[in-house]
Write a new protein. Structure first.
Length: 374
């Protein structure tokens, strides 16, 4: 395994193990996680592998095979970590702050999550390191605990106020399944998703764009939702049961955000119901509705995502939507396998007509969650 060989070359000793955590797409349930709502992501075939061994001090030595510099970063004081190494330092920080005896480690990281595609490479990095430390130091953490610690690293150390979806998808997914999760109770359930057996593929359309301000906008959306919940006298928008009544009280951004979150939660439940009934092909309309709501009510889409979604449906997808935080990244389309060529062609043509860089197409196969490889 390449990551283990590079570990030997960098540190002159054997790694004690190799762990892997995947990125994710979200089938439906967008911007619901931090509102105590429902999500339905699944792990993708790409992720982050981490070869690791303990040290007898508190130091973290870290090499990434994607770094380009081939430089071993030595982090003696976690707060001094910079750039991408903060995601790793944050995991050590979160574990130690929670009272877990995670000492130092030598680590080599090898990731293949397509860059900038919005497939949660950062959650994959955090979860692979968290799982490595859990097993190396015998911390005995459960999968959800690992996900929560990885989220805390990202929220409180890196400074990105994300919800729990990405880390949970990486830590808990099962091959051939999506992960239905209640982000308030943190109860989760693996939902069978045998796309191939039904003659479908979930096609990732990577727009290749990442619009600036995405992080600031994410924090603003969270604030809109919190303010709306406060005005409605509920703990979170998850608790809104009378949407018409709520919309009568709210206005502007808070009104639109609430409309999205409440209806999106219902769409997740509807998709779950259809999947349970063996009616995968019927979820397309809900994917389309989710996209329109994210575009018009939540205002986190962008021209490249909208064009990808519209062209995919024109090309024969049963439904399509942006996936993840928005403002670029990827859309997903539910495509009958005999329409894959037509969908790819239609989307590529729409991009070309606008003079945009060609999008990338990738099959999203529901893959295993974090695990030990060696
Ligand atoms: C990003 C966040 F990290 C998730 O927690 C989630 O809120 C998502 O955007 C939107 O559904 O991926």
């Amino acid at each position: 395994m390449r990551v283990a060989e590079e570990f030997r070359a960098a540190f002159g000793r054997e790694p004690e193990g190799v762990w892997h955590a995947p990125g994710r797409v979200n089938l439906i349930g967008e911007h619901t996680d931090y509102n105590g709502g429902f999500v339905l992501p699944f792990a993708v075939p790409w992720g982050v592998a981490c070869a690791a061994a303990r040290r007898d001090d508190e130091v973290v030595r870290l090499l990434s095979l994607q770094d380009g510099s081939a430089r071993v970063h030595e982090i003696a004081v976690l707060d001094e970590a910079e750039g991408w190494t903060r995601y790793v330092a944050g995991v050590f920080w979160a574990l130690r702050r929670a009272g877990h005896a995670a000492g130092g480690a030598d680590l080599v990281i090898d990731g293949d999550v397509p860059r900038g595609a919005g497939l949660s490479s950062s959650a994959a990095l955090e979860v692979s390191v968290a799982l490595a430390l859990d097993e190396l130091y015998g911390l005995g953490l459960g999968r959800m605990e690992l996900a929560l610690l990885a989220q805390r690293a990202e929220n409180d150390f890196v400074g990105m106020p994300c919800g729990i979806m990405d880390q949970a998808a990486s830590a808990l997914s099962r091959e051939g399944h999506a992960l239905f999760m209640d982000c308030r109770s943190l109860a989760s359930r693996a939902v069978p998703l045998d796309l191939a057996a039904e003659g479908f593929q979930v096609l990732i359309i990577d727009t290749g764009v990442h619009h600036e301000l995405a992080d600031g906008q994410y924090a603003r959306r969270r604030r809109d939702c919190e303010n709306a919940a406060k005005r409605l006298g509920v703990e979170a928008l998850r608790d809104v049961t009378d949407l018409a009544g709520a919309l009568a009280v709210l206005e502007g951004d808070e009104r639109r955000r609430t409309q999205h979150v409440v209806t999106e939660n219902h769409r997740v439940e509807a998709v779950i119901g259809l999947l349970r009934a063996g009616a995968l092909r019927e979820i397309g309309a809900l994917l389309n509705a989710s996209h329109l709501s994210l575009r018009d009510q939540y205002e986190v889409s962008c021209a490249e995502l909208d064009v990808a979604v519209e062209a995919a449906v024109r090309g024969g997808a049963r439904g399509a939507r942006m996936t993840g935080g928005g403002f670029g990244g990827s859309a997903i389309a539910l495509v009958p396998v005999d329409r894959l060529d037509s969908v790819r062609h239609e989307v590529a043509r729409a991009y070309e007509a606008r003079g945009w860089r060609a999008p990338r197409f990738l099959p999203a196969v529901p893959s295993p969650g974090a695990r030990r490889l060696a």
